[in-house]
Write a protein that binds this ligand. Structure first.
Ligand SMILES: [Zn+2]
Length: 286
């Protein structure tokens, strides 16, 4: 019926055999499997990255090894079945390394990273704020640097939002009780421009490739190009516009954002959907 891909997002497929069959069927349809790679037996009881910060806070962690094991298994299954596996929101240095090695062996795999994993580290969670809670969790500075390296050498194919807004009543609870996920849609471009272009010297062309061209290509959907006859879905960016994020000024009904009070550099100033202006200077028109 036109599904672009198949995914287990949020709930990793624990059975290797079930995943094998899913990949075989997806491959028959020439579709990819998008994989939320976190082994539940290691990760489901945890609330943040396992490491020095979680030990000091007394919070049960989700170890990076739980992600690495899941990524390794599904890369092996991709090698076995030939199915295109897309590792969603990669977050650990080791997982980036595994994907880099698999790509070198021509395993049919791709991956992506969220803007928030490029911006923050687990040090930001020290005040038990649920706005930083997501899965896979925000990890260490070494992991963050490895993600930037992965973008640099093409191991990572896309930067994404992992937009998962939760209403205030859900997030405004003790840290361990809050659900995972943040509203990423309105901050992802500015965050990526700040970290990726301004702080790490990448070009805006490369950012557009990672946030627009590649995602459209991977999903096999129209878009990501400016050309005659193509859909007029266009974002105009002011790369140097500085603005301070306040959750209550965003359009999302989820007031909790990890960027609260932070000043980001770069913003979308105009959005055109199918030829019609729908956002101008931060105001949604329709
Ligand atoms: Zn996920």
């Amino acid at each position: 019926e036109g599904a672009a891909a198949f995914s287990d997002d949020g709930h990793y497929v624990e059975s290797a055999n079930f995943m094998r069959r899913a990949m075989e069927y997806a491959d028959m349809l020439h579709k990819m499997v998008i994989d939320h790679a976190e082994d539940a037996t290691m990760c489901s009881g945890g609330f943040m990255n396992e490491g020095k910060v979680s030990y000091a806070m007394g919070v049960t962690g989700r170890p990076a090894a739980g992600e690495d094991i899941a990524v390794a298994r599904d890369l092996l299954l991709s090698e076995m079945t030939g199915c295109h596996i897309h590792i969603a929101h990669v977050s650990s240095a080791k997982a980036v390394e595994l994907i880099r090695e698999a790509k070198a062996k021509h395993v049919n795999c791709t991956t992506e990273v969220t803007s928030q994993h490029l911006y923050f580290t687990d040090e930001w969670l020290k005040n038990y704020e649920s706005s930083f809670k997501m899965a896979p969790p925000i990890r260490t500075e070494d992991d963050r640097k490895a993600l930037i390296e992965g973008l640099k050498d093409g191991t990572i194919d896309a930067i994404i939002t992992d937009h998962a807004p939760h209403c205030n009543e859900e997030k405004d609870v003790p840290f361990n009780c809050a659900p995972n996920g943040i509203a990423g849609l309105e901050t992802s471009l500015a965050s990526a421009l700040t970290v990726f272009c301004h702080n790490n010297g990448f070009t805006i062309d490369r950012l557009i490739e990672l946030m627009s061209v590649n995602p459209a290509r991977l999903l096999g959907v129209e878009g990501g190009v400016l050309e005659e006859g193509a859909a007029a879905d266009i974002v105009v960016i002011d790369p140097d516009k500085e603005w301070t994020v306040h959750g209550n000024e965003l359009y999302t009904k989820s007031l909790f954002t990890p960027y609260e009070g932070l000043t980001l550099k770069g913003r979308a100033v105009l959005t055109v959907v199918d030829g019609e202006i729908v956002m101008k200077e931060g105001k949604v028109l329709k």
